[in-house]
Design a protein around this ligand. Structure first.
Ligand code: 6GP
Length: 829
């Protein structure tokens, strides 16, 4: 650093950042004219977006520097959140709101000849995630910064995020998402690099004291380069860091010999192979596909992050046993589990600690969050692949397993079954490493993401581990969402109305303040304004539907929304079968009877994993139903079926505030938590849902009279499945009529949907669509009836919002901090 006498000059010129409109405009013009090399003669909306973002980025980065400095000086414990996915969405609007300068920017941009809304729309979503797991990580970053926790996120800087979805002739088509053209929010740190080793072999030697030392040698090296994204807290100067690693060939890797000999292609091939590691996000949600490149991604990212964390710790010159006092690492699902093995390797092989001492440090450092009980999502890696790619790590895994099983044997002598069932190595053909088991053994806390889910993991997939470790190791942290993005940013008018009825914007820092809204519930003017805001949000979505799909929908109709990844367990098929049932019922009515019906718009959105054939058929059916229903003159406004293309975070910000009713209808016991359920209720929409995930806790908070619950309970699911397979399975008569309509060709080529119908009717109906169909239809009828009484409906919405305080990700992060990480916020003077 700079010596004391010269620091004066630095301090004099320290960047202050703008605070008013003039200062903002000056920064924008400077960036347009210098950074972007443009002028007032060729500054379009894109350039205005870039310059505005750069102006804000400059502000954030000065606060980022101060925050890091503060944390280093305070020398407190830091949290590291390791996640393969961060579904951030757009950054500009969030940055403007969190630093409290959106109005300043609005005025400045206006004077410079643009509209702030148009500028915001220029930004490409940072879509480095699939769904719930990745968006949760993004909400957590916002809360960590807003609550002043010293925390870093670590992830991969994918060149291609989740694909863009186009709907062509009713089918999903995937288009690559190249998002890095110009990203003003990232800072390349070409000086922060880590060399990562793969393959090779292990050599053993004896040190001077006769101790065996392992050396991992040979193989190939790939370099990780750090890219940092500043994460601004709301109404605080704290600005945390999201560090994403990008892969490139190590400088030794480029083969000049080949190059000079004219063998350009193969000299470039090595480079491309290295860059492939961080090239693409795997597009699967709740599904593990076990591809070698995925394992490479995992190790690459985990090894680079740990190197960084250990380097930072070593600067403090503390003893190794203090590592867990300085460092908490959270594993976002099992994807980063190799970090457990890598830290043990660093401590034993490189730092020379004894195994037990090292293992104590490791297990005190890590916490593991499980996000699903679906068997197809539980990660396993073939032992052979692990041996080839990470030979030393496999040895360490075997040793971890050996010592673990020895301890189990001691506790349960002569119980071979428990040894087989909890072994980290599955004795299958081929043998597999069970990553969840490794994560449990390597962590001091394991948590689920909603009460039901946390109970289920303790009584089903991990029950033997509860016997071994006791219940203390297992805990629940119910998910939450950030009210900054999901209320203040997505629904500014509602946020202002709430502010006017509570203690200003305090609710954005303490969401429980929403309960003050109940005091205003009898205020007719307030309810009227509430309803007007909902209507305006629906009009906005209506215009978007007209623009993108050329379908006219009536904004006064009930908007019924299901937007999320397409998955059989989430049961979009149940929803579309219900829509078909409604269509058939309307068709069968006389014109007089039809006039009495409530108009409804069924809105769907979401991506299917490219290799998930059934999910793609579901998308196809929804679109085909829309094509028939939307142009049926008998139906008119009474029913419209809309498929919104390319659902993502920024579209959610428009869709969620426009919903009257949203669907969270997974088979009970399959949706670990769900988080969009929380977003919809927080924006004044009601839920139709099953007794699953966080729906249960939402019901407890808002009251069962404010939610439409239906369907099988999770404790009955197993018996029903058993009965479907071994008993007789009869399908509900109304559902059979739906199937008949599909199979008679009403919605296109029946063969296209044969498998979807057969899955329910003939192949055991694993997701219990037939069991829940009638109660779903009946509950939808109740919805229609209740929606007619708009005054009571609005009261329900207000009451629900008032009681949603629990579902802030701030509450959730505080629970992690206290119960798992043992970290405290850093006070700011
Ligand atoms: C998801 C769960 O499906 C969802 O219910 C939950 O709300 C979310 O995680 C956040 O906890 N799980 C995944 O996206 C996933 O891929 C491996 O889990």
């Amino acid at each position: 650093s700079i010596p004391e006498p010269q620091r004066e000059a630095w301090k004099k010129h320290q960047v202050q950042g703008f605070t008013d409109k003039d200062g903002f405009e000056k920064e924008v013009v400077r960036h347009v004219e210098t950074t972007l090399a443009r002028s007032l003669f060729n500054c379009d909306e894109g350039a205005a977006y870039s310059a505005t973002s750069l102006a804000f980025r400059d502000r954030l980065i000065t606060e980022w520097n101060k925050t890091q400095q503060r944390q280093t000086t305070a020398d407190t414990k830091r949290v590291y959140y390791l996640s393969l996915e961060f579904l951030m969405g757009r950054a500009l609007d969030n940055a403007m709101l969190n630093v409290g300068l959106k109005d300043v920017a609005r005025g400045g941009i206006d004077e410079l000849g643009f509209r702030i809304e148009d500028i915001i729309e220029q930004e490409h979503d940072a879509a480095l995630g699939n769904g719930g797991l990745g968006r949760l990580a993004a909400c957590f970053l916002d809360s960590l910064a807003s609550l002043n926790y010293p925390a870093w996120g670590y992830g991969l800087r994918y060149r291609y995020g989740i694909f863009k979805q186009e709907i062509i002739n009713g089918y999903q088509v995937e288009v690559p998402d190249y998002w890095l053209d110009f990203n003003p929010w990232e800072f390349p740190r070409h000086d922060v690099t880590v060399d990562i080793q793969f393959y090779g072999n292990v050599r053993k030697s004896q040190d001077d004291n006769g101790k065996t030392v392992c050396h991992w040698e040979g193989g190939e090296i790939v370099t990780a380069v750090a890219y940092d994204m500043p994460i601004p807290g709301y109404a605080t100067p704290s600005t945390n860091n999201l560090r994403l690693w990008s892969s490139k060939a190590s400088s030794g890797e480029f083969d000049f010999q080949k190059f000079n000999n004219g063998d350009y292609e193969s000299s470039v091939a090595d480079q491309q192979r290295a860059e492939t590691i961080s090239a693409v996000l795997y597009p699967n949600d709740n599904l593990d596909r076990g591809k070698e490149l995925r394992l490479k991604q995992q190790y690459f990212w985990v090894a680079a992050s740990l190197y960084d964390i250990v380097r930072r710790f070593k600067k403090s010159k503390r003893a190794w046993r203090e590592f867990p006092d300085q460092v908490a690492i959270q594993l976002n699902d099992t994807h980063p589990t190799l970090a457990v093995v890598e830290l043990q390797r660093i401590l034993v092989d490189i730092e020379g600690l004894e195994w037990d001492e090292a293992w104590n440090i490791v297990t005190s450092t890590f916490g593991y969050t499980n996000h699903t009980v679906l068997p197809e999502a539980l990660e396993k890696w073939p032992v052979g692949l692990m041996q080839h790619l990470l030979p030393r790590h496999l040895q360490i895994i075997y040793d971890i397993n050996l010592f673990f099983l020895q301890s189990v044997e001691k506790k349960f002598p002569n119980d071979r079954d428990i040894l087989t069932s909890v072994s980290i190595i599955e004795e299958s053909q081929p043998k597999m490493v069970r990553m969840a088991y490794l994560a449990i053994v390597g962590s001091h806390k394991v948590n689920g993401v909603a009460e039901l889910h946390s109970d289920l993991i303790q009584t089903t997939i991990f029950k033997d581990f509860v016997k071994i470790f006791g219940t203390d190791k297992f805990t629940n942290v119910t998910n939450g969402i950030t009210p900054r993005r999901w209320l203040h940013q997505a629904n500014p008018r509602l946020s202002e109305l709430i502010a006017s009825k509570t203690s200003g914007h305090e609710f954005l820092k303490d969401l429980t303040q929403l309960n003050k809204l109940e005091l205003s519930i009898d205020d007719a003017a307030f309810r009227k304004e509430w309803a007007e805001i909902k209507y305006a949000n629906k009009v906005r979505l209506t215009k978007y539907i007209k623009k993108t799909l050329d379908v006219n929908v009536n904004p006064a109709a009930l908007f019924d929304v299901q937007v999320k990844r397409i998955h059989e367990y989430k049961r979009q098929q149940l929803n579309i079968f219900g829509v078909i049932h409604r269509y058939l019922a309307l068709k069968a009515m006389s014109p007089e009877e039809r006039k009495k019906q409530l108009p409804r718009v069924s809105i769907f959105g979401g991506k299917a994993a490219p290799g998930y054939w059934m999910a793609k058929q579901i998308i196809h059916l929804i679109n085909n139903v829309g094509a028939v229903v939307n142009k049926d003159p008998d139906i008119g406004d009474l029913l419209k079926v809309i498929y919104l293309e390319d659902y993502n975070v920024s579209k959610a910000e428009m869709i969620v505030p426009a919903s009257d009713l949203s669907e969270h209808i997974s088979t009970a016991g399959t949706e670990a938590s769900g988080t969009s359920n929380m977003k919809f209720v927080l924006n004044g929409g009601l839920i139709i849902g099953t007794c699953d995930g966080a729906n249960i806790e939402i019901t407890r908070e808002i009251g069962q009279e404010n939610i439409f619950l239906f369907g099988t309970l999770s404790e009955d699911v197993e018996d029903l499945r058993h009965a479907h397979t071994y008993g007789s399975h009869t399908v509900d008569a109304d559902l059979n009529k739906v199937f008949d309509a599909i199979q008679s060709g009403t919605f296109g080529e029946p063969n296209d949907f044969g498998a979807m119908v057969a899955a329910v009717r003939d192949h055991g109906d694993y997701y219990l669509v037939s069991d829940d169909f009638q109660s779903y239809i009946d509950t939808q009828k109740m919805v229609d009836n209740e929606y007619r009484n708009q005054d009571e409906w609005v009261r329900k919405c207000i009451r629900s919002v008032a009681r949603m305080g629990f579902f802030s990700s701030d509450r959730c992060i505080n629970e992690y901090a206290e119960g798992i990480w043992n970290v405290e916020p850093l006070a700011i003077k």
